[in-house]
Design a protein around this ligand. Structure first.
Ligand code: BTN
Length: 330
């Protein structure tokens, strides 16, 4: 008999087998024959999993059953029961790394579309406009490699699409997520997620897009640096309890894949419509800082590429393709 389970090292596969058979015992003999190793080797892998914090009960007659997992974003946990076709089929996991975006960019040329790089913490997390992104344990720091067939000038569409996916996922957890142009996800006006999209391209074709998503999930807001405490929040702070990060990542990958496939099959129209519905920026008075100037006005819409339409004090309409947006109080 085949036991459910997919890819990874033998230890990962055993973990996946146990997770997919939660509530039941899986015999050591069956695991041994499935992975073509001895029962003693299976026992050693189970011991290693226990050392990592997995609670695995064993019975001489029945085998092994998993009764508890540590709060880690292990690929085997994420893949178990993941309902996607390509998003997250390959996951590269790091306890700590400099930046998942850097790793994803480095491997982009040689990996399949939908490959995910995920880390428990980042030492050199990168934010937009050259800023640092603080990434302690408890957050969700991941990057996805995509290979869309489109012109580089349309790449911002992928960022907006990712913002919609994150906001929809957060809403599934009962929180009123909105999107601040271009790509911050807010809850009750405070930032909970940032997205950094980086592309590799030739003159008129994209080789890869790396979508980096940073979510303050189970992070205590008291640990935020002073200057962010009034403007940022975490899922834990909003919910009053920890979230299941594995479940969050699984749902996010499902949303991302659904929107990405829709984008490829039907175009961007319905996605930008969803973005508009969840926008925290449209209708706000804003300050826009671009590389060359500062502008004030009312955000009146976004165009089909996701550029912000600003009505300035003089009644002129300006289209802003990239920049920093600050919501001002009227
Ligand atoms: C922003 O400035 O709002 C964007 C922040 C993006 C942070 C994420 S965390 C995962 C990925 N790796 C990085 O180094 N940055 C992105």
């Amino acid at each position: 008999m085949k036991i459910k389970g997919k890819t990874g090292t033998i230890k990962d596969k055993i973990l996946e087998n146990l997770i997919l058979n939660r509530g039941k015992y899986v015999s050591g003999e069956m695991l041994a024959s499935e992975h073509s190793v001895s029962r003693a080797a299976i026992w050693k892998h189970v011991q290693a999993l226990r050392d990592e914090g997995y609670m695995i009960k064993s019975s001489t007659k029945e085998g092994y059953t998993i009764v508890g997992s540590p709060d880690v974003l292990a690929p085997a946990e994420i893949k178990a029961g993941l309902k996607t076709r390509m998003m997250g089929k390959n996951i590269h996991y790091f306890k700590e790394t400099e930046s998942t975006n850097i790793l994803a960019r480095d491997m982009a040329g040689s990996v399949e579309e939908g490959t995910v790089v995920i880390a428990e913490s980042q030492t050199g997390g990168r934010g937009r406009m050259g800023r640092k992104w603080i990434s302690p344990e408890g957050g969700i720091w991941l990057s996805v490699v995509l290979k869309p067939r489109m012109q580089p000038l349309h790449a911002p569409r992928i960022t907006l699409l990712a913002g919609v996916a994150v906001a929809k996922t957060i809403r599934e957890f009962g929180l009123p997520a909105k999107i601040k142009w271009p790509n911050d996800v807010l809850i009750n006006g405070k930032k909970v997620c940032g997205i950094l999209t980086e592309i590799g391209a030739e003159m008129d074709s994209i080789q890869y897009v790396v979508v980096g998503v940073g979510i303050d999930a189970n992070v205590d807001t008291e640990t935020f640096p002073e200057e962010f405490r009034d403007t940022s929040t975490s899922l834990k702070n909003e919910l009053g309890c920890d979230i299941n990060r594995v479940e969050f990542v699984q749902k996010l990958l499902v949303e991302l894949e659904a929107l990405y496939l829709k984008f490829q099959n039907e175009g961007f129209t319905s996605i930008i419509e969803e973005w508009r519905m969840m926008s925290a920026t449209i209708g706000e008075w804003v300050k826009i800082t671009t590389q060359s100037r500062i502008m004030y006005g009312e955000a009146v819409g976004v165009d089909s590429d996701g550029a912000l339409i600003l009505e300035t004090g003089e009644g002129r309409l300006e289209k802003i393709v990239a920049g920093n947006c600050e919501h001002l109080r009227r």
